[in-house]
Every structure is written in C-alpha cells, then in structure tokens.
Design a binder for this molecule. Structure first.
Ligand code: XMP
Length: 517
C-alpha cells in the first residue's frame, strides 16, 4: 500500500481518497508509527499529510526520522513538507506572513518529476504560517510563491519530495497531477487498483474466512449493506441469507426496490420481516425524540435477533451452522474509531448490533477498507440497481424521526407522499449530486391556516432540509434554485392532502443537526 501519515485534522482521509483516485491503494496510519512498523507494512510509497500545528510548537506532532531513511519514496504535504525540511537539515522559518487560500505558485527550472508536465504558473491552495526558507542539502527547489521561496522540493536520488500546498484539494489546479506524478513516476507504482480488483480481492478473502459455514446479513435498503451483501454473495452464493426488516418507517418504494430490483440483480436469498404493526404499536403515544430513537433501535434489534435465531435453527436442522454476520462498516468509521481523537456522537445512532450472547457471530466486513464513493463504484460494478447505489444517507430510525410528534400510519403515508415528490423533483432537476441529503420533515403537531380552492384549510407544514456536506459532521443548507423549490411547494400543497404549507430550513450544522430529531 501507500501509507498516508496523519498529522491531524481531516487532511489524511482526503489524501487517501485522492491516492485511490490515482488507482493506487492507500491506508492511513498515525504519525506516531515507528520506522519498523512502516517497514513491516512494506509500503510502495509514503505521503505525509498536512496538519494544524507549527513544527516549532512544543509537542507538535513529529515523525520517526528513520522513516525518511528507509529508501521508500516519500512526499510531504504542507505540514508534512515542513517536517521533512526540518528533519533533513533544511530551514523552516516563521515568516510572520500567512498564506491562506488560492495562491499562485511558479515553477522553478523544469519542475522536476513532480511538476514537469504543468504550466509554469498555477493556482495552488495553501494554508500555512511557517515556510521552508532553505531546502535541505542536495534538494532541488521546484516551485516558489511571492512569500515562500521554497514551495516544493525534490531529491530524485533519495526519492524524497514535498509541496507546501495541498494537492489533495480540488482548488489546487494541478493537484491530482502532482500526486499522480509522485505515485506513478517518482515512486513507479502501477495504477492497477480499481473496483474490479477490490471485488476480486475481497471475494477471495471472504471465501477463505467463511469456508462452508453460513452467513447472515441485515439489509437496510441503504447502499452500504446492499453492497456488502452483494460482495459476500459473489463469494459464497447461497451460504448467505439476508434479512430485511420492514419497520414501516421506510420511504415510498424502498421495500419494493429491495425485494424485487435488488434481488433480481443479485439473486440473493432474502427474508423480509414485516414488522410494521409492531413498530407502530411500540411508538404509539410517543413524542420525545430520544425515546422514539430508543424504541425503534430496541424493536429493530429484537426483530433482527428473532429472524437470525430462526435462521440459525433452520441451518442446525440441516446440519449446518450460521457462523458469520455481514456488516457494512466503512473505512472512515475504522479510522475514526481506531486512531486519533474521539469524535463526539451527538445522537444515539443505531446500526445492526447487540446480538444476544448465545448467538455468537464472527463479523465479515468487506467494506472496511473503502470510502463511500468507492462502495458506490463497486455496487455499480456488481450491477446493483442505481436507485440503491446512488441512495443518499437515510437514518436507521427512518421516517420515525422525521415526523415531529407522534408517529401514526396516516402521518407516515402523508410524509411518504411529500418525500417522494421532493426526491422526484430533485432528481429531475439534476441536483442529486449537489445535495448530500434532503430530509423532508412533517410538523405533525403544528397547524396553520390556509386557503385552497374556495375553502379555508387548517393543515400541517412540511419542512425541506436540503444540505450539502462532505461527511455529515458539518453541513450547510443547499441553495436550491427558486424554480425547483416553487415546483416542489406547488406539487406538495396540491397533491398531499392535509399539507397546506411548505417551508425551507436555512440552518447550517452546527448549530442545527441534519435531522430534526
Ligand atoms: P445529524 O442529524 O446528527 O445526522 O446531523 C448526521 C447524519 O447521520 C444520519 N443519521 C443517522 N444514521 N442511524 C443512522 O444510520 C441514525 O440513528 C441516524 N441519525 C441520523 C443523518 O441522516 C445524517 O446523514
């Protein structure tokens, strides 16, 4: 792999993604990793990330200096560039001048292997206070800016490279080219990592792990569990059985998409548990958001457990054992829970988990090394239906936390209609890629006066909550075109009986969470 050394903040994940976009597999490691540990991973190259610190701050993150002596090609970015400069005997100065945002960089000489095929002047994205004032002995300076004499350096002989700017952000015009030059040219790595090779590798690994035991998987209708199950099915066929719990809090058409389209595309064995009435009963009279979440989580686990237990017994009857449970864990979860500072969890998110003690499963996690966009690419490669592969995030508790007030079947139906209109219009306007997700919320306990036809109405408002985000940790409200908003508003108030007003949520996160409950 290519190791991306994380010096803090969220820079490393973006770099790791860009490396993979260059068709080279990457893994994130903490900056505390030792040279021996690095050597043990036998990396093809190393990228040092940026970070929020100054190399002169006491306690600022450092790197085992022996890593630069391993003979493995290294490229430092921003803070990583300065760490290299300092360790290799260059000079890092506090210039007192900050460069932040779009900055013009000029290539010096022929640009060396990193910058050779690029225009002499390019826009780069910078964010630094300190600067490299002098390159280490034997290094060529490849670029400079008005404020920074050494904005990039290289030693082809030592295979060590660095840039002051952030090639991983899209605002750096030739950023991806710089990374690719480092990976493909300087480090000589073949660009042969892609969704096809990931599937082949995972299929082999799953076969080895599972043998001829049976496997179960909970499908939620979301992209992660759908792709995870499809890979496992590719590996072990009908040793896999999927369980789909219909808790009645799904959106319009979601159950059909799983039961018909997904099953048709994959040939997966599916057991649907129709638990709609059970959930409605459990939620009856409940309005408090956290209580709703707890009830939905509890009922979900109970339902899944029962289904799993039935499958275990059935397999036993046939002289076989169910030993494995598939989970759609993604790489960001692994990175965030494995290393670094804890991430605050504001709401009690629920996933399939907490199985009873006498049901002991080993986990199969085929997406553990992948980012979301890679999971989608693999889903497409496996031929999954586009509405599932392209699905935007949808919370486990579903529409239950998008009805502000008590959840009833009537209100669910009303919300499903409004939500279907919103999704249809956003897709028709080509806005799906611009939006992270767009919760549609029913204010079931609020009523307002309206006039429709020639009569007075006293109906409920629907809230649109379109947000743009990279990772759902922070978000901004999406500036949807007025004509799209107008069409949505028009259709909802005309077509959804009981709704006479549509309002737009213009709150960023923070302070507002994406979901209303
Ligand atoms: P909030 O509302 O916390 O949402 O800003 C952040 C992201 O998480 C999704 N979300 C959930 N996903 N189970 C999930 O699987 C949950 O209980 C849950 N609650 C919120 C939300 O849709 C958004 O993408």
């Amino acid at each position: 792999p290519v190791l991306v050394v994380d010096f803090g903040a969220q820079y490393a994940q973006l770099i790791a993604r860009r490396v993979r976009e260059a068709n080279v597999y990457s893994e994130i490691v903490p900056h505390t990793i030792s040279a021996d540990e690095v050597a043990a991973k036998n990396p093809a190259a190393i990228v040092l990330s940026g970070g929020p610190s100054s190399v002169y701050e006491p306690g600022s993150p450092d790197l085992d200096p022996a890593i630069l002596q391993l003979g493995v090609p290294v490229m430092g970015i921003c803070y990583g560039f300065q760490v290299m400069a300092k360790q290799l005997g260059g000079e890092v100065a506090k210039t007192g001048r900050r460069e932040y945002g779009a900055t013009t960089a000029r290539i010096v000489g022929d640009g060396g292997s990193l910058l050779t095929d690029q225009p002499e002047i390019q826009i780069t994205w910078m964010s630094h206070g300190d600067s490299v004032a002098k390159a280490p002995e034997g290094f060529d300076v490849l670029a400079s800016t008005d404020d920074t004499p050494v904005a990039a350096f290289a030693s082809d002989e030592k295979k060590l490279y660095g840039v002051q700017w952030h090639p991983e952000v899209k605002h750096s015009e030739f950023g991806q080219r710089v990374l690719e030059n480092f990976l493909h040219r300087a480090a000589g790595i073949a660009p042969d990592w892609n969704s096809g090779s990931v599937i082949a590798e995972q299929v082999e690994r799953i076969r080895e792990q599972v043998g001829d035991a049976r496997v179960i998987c909970g499908l939620s209708g979301g992209v992660d569990s759908a792709v995870a199950a499809a890979i496992v099915h590719e590996a072990v066929g009908d040793q896999l059985v999927c369980v789909f719990v219909d808790h009645g809090l799904l959106r319009a058409d979601e159950r059909r998409q799983v039961e018909e389209d997904y099953v048709a595309a994959t040939g997966i064995r599916l057991v649907t548990v129709d638990a709609r009435q059970q959930f409605l009963d459990a939620l009856s009279g409940v309005t408090d958001p956290e209580t709703k979440r707890k009830i939905i989580g509890r009922e979900f686990i109970r339902t899944f457990e029962n289904a799993a237990e039935a499958l275990v017994l059935e397999a036993q009857g046939e002289g076989e054992a169910v030993k494995f449970l598939v989970q759609g864990t993604l790489y960001p979860d692994v990175v965030e829970s494995g290393g670094g500072t804890g991430t605050a969890n504001i709401k009690s998110h629920h996933n399939v988990g907490g199985l009873p003690d006498d049901l002991e499963f080993e986990l199969v996690e085929p997406l553990r090394t992948l980012f979301k966009d890679e999971v989608r690419a693999i889903g497409r490669e496996l031929g999954l239906p586009e509405p599932i592969v392209a699905r935007q995030p949808f919370p486990g508790p579903g529409l239950g936390i998008r009805i502000i007030g008590e959840v009833t079947e009537e209100r669910l139906e009303l919300l499903r209609q409004a939500d279907a209109i919103v999704r249809h219009e956003l897709t028709a306007a080509g806005l799906d890629a611009a939006i992270w997700q767009c919760p549609v919320v029913l204010l079931a306990d609020v009523r307002s006066v309206g006039v429709q036809g020639d009569g007075r109405t006293y109906g409920h408002p629907i809230v649109l909550r379109p947000v743009s985000s990279e990772d759902a940790m922070t978000a901004d409200w999406t500036r949807l075109p007025y004509d799209v908003l107008a069409r949505i508003s028009n259709r909802i108030t005309n077509e959804v009986e009981g709704v006479n007003r549509v309002v737009l949520d213009v709150t960023s996160k923070p302070p507002g969470t994406i979901e209303w409950e």
